[in-house]
Unconditional design. Structure first.
Length: 315
């Protein structure tokens, strides 16, 4: 009564692998079920097996740039790749994987490199260069295969290598001690907090002074735009500027030294004005003298002391 319970510890995948269907007309002498049906155990993955190609799931070991569309394909992207053996490195086979880009119709090929423990891009893509040197990063480098073999076989080289490591450790000891002392000096939380707060107050004071100076310069220039800090390039550019005021100063001195009516330049407008005023003055004196003969004694007394209109000698 009721459905049969599955044995504990057996899941659906195990039952699928164990419970195979055998047709009623199958006999053991016919071989396996795959032989009976004329199919390969790998099914569609082995459709090109007669050409030496097997379809497998391949995961990119590094970042690449597709040569067809130019897009970036990240590490870890999986493809259905055609796996073929193209050679050997000693006894290690060299495999090549051909796959199609999922963003375009371009195909690219990647090959194993047993000598360098790496993969190489053969065609259809370019590898993103992400290599770095241990010396530049100041990190510990892992010994390569040749050095490891030499350390294991050559006793003298191993001894020299150990002496070199000891010397490096002795050279690094003072720096390590300095780092330890620095860490010990910073263990007090109160002193650290006090140091940070004093730095913060100093920065605030400097910013307030800079803001006040900027406000003063803006009010002085009558502008409302922010003024940047003075740099060495600005100082050098300002020193190269020269204001020539010599000709203007000479002109001012010349104007102050000469009068309004200049007698020394007869062809100028001031000399012409001088002549006009002189003629007017002489005509006025002549008229007064003529009116004095007809006007009696008072007019004669006035003619004796004529008053010129312009003092010519003063100019």
């Amino acid at each position: 009564r009721g459905a049969k319970k599955a044995r504990p510890g057996r899941n659906m995948a195990e039952r699928k692998a164990v419970n195979k269907y055998y047709p009623p007309d199958w006999r053991p002498e016919m071989g396996s079920v795959n032989t009976y049906h004329g199919s390969h155990p790998l099914r569609e993955r082995a459709r090109k097996l007669h050409e030496g190609i097997m379809i497998m799931r391949f995961e990119l070991p590094f970042n690449i740039w597709c040569a067809g569309c130019g897009n970036h394909v990240g590490v870890g992207v999986r493809y259905n790749a055609e796996k073929t053996q193209v050679g050997k490195y000693y006894s290690t086979p060299i495999f090549q994987f051909r796959m199609k880009c999922h963003l375009c119709d371009n195909h690219f090929e990647i090959r194993t490199d047993p000598k360098n423990y790496d993969y190489t891009v053969v065609r259809g893509a370019s590898r993103k260069n992400e290599k770095w040197e241990h010396k530049e990063g100041e990190t510990v480098s892992i010994a390569d295969r040749e050095e490891t073999t030499k350390l294991s076989n050559d006793a003298m080289y191993r001894l020299e290598h150990g002496v070199g490591d000891k010397r490096k450790a002795e050279d690094a000891t003072p720096r390590i001690e300095q780092i330890k002392k620095l860490q010990e000096s910073k263990l007090d939380d109160f002193s650290l907090n006090q140091l940070l707060r004093s730095r913060l107050r100093e920065e605030k004071r400097q910013k307030a002074e800079e803001a006040a100076e900027q406000k003063r310069l803006q009010d002085k220039a009558g502008i409302n735009i922010p003024i940047l800090k003075e740099s060495s390039a600005d100082i050098a550019a300002a020193k190269k500027i020269k204001f020539s005021r010599g000709s203007e100063d000479k002109r001012k001195l010349h104007i102050r030294a000469t009068g309004i009516f200049d007698k020394k330049q007869p062809g100028s407008s001031s000399s012409k004005a001088w002549n006009v005023l002189k003629r007017l003055d002489s005509s006025v004196i002549r008229k007064k003298s003529e009116s004095g003969h007809h006007g009696g004694k008072s007019s004669q007394q006035q003619d004796k002391q004529p008053l010129p209109l312009v003092d010519y000698d003063s100019s």
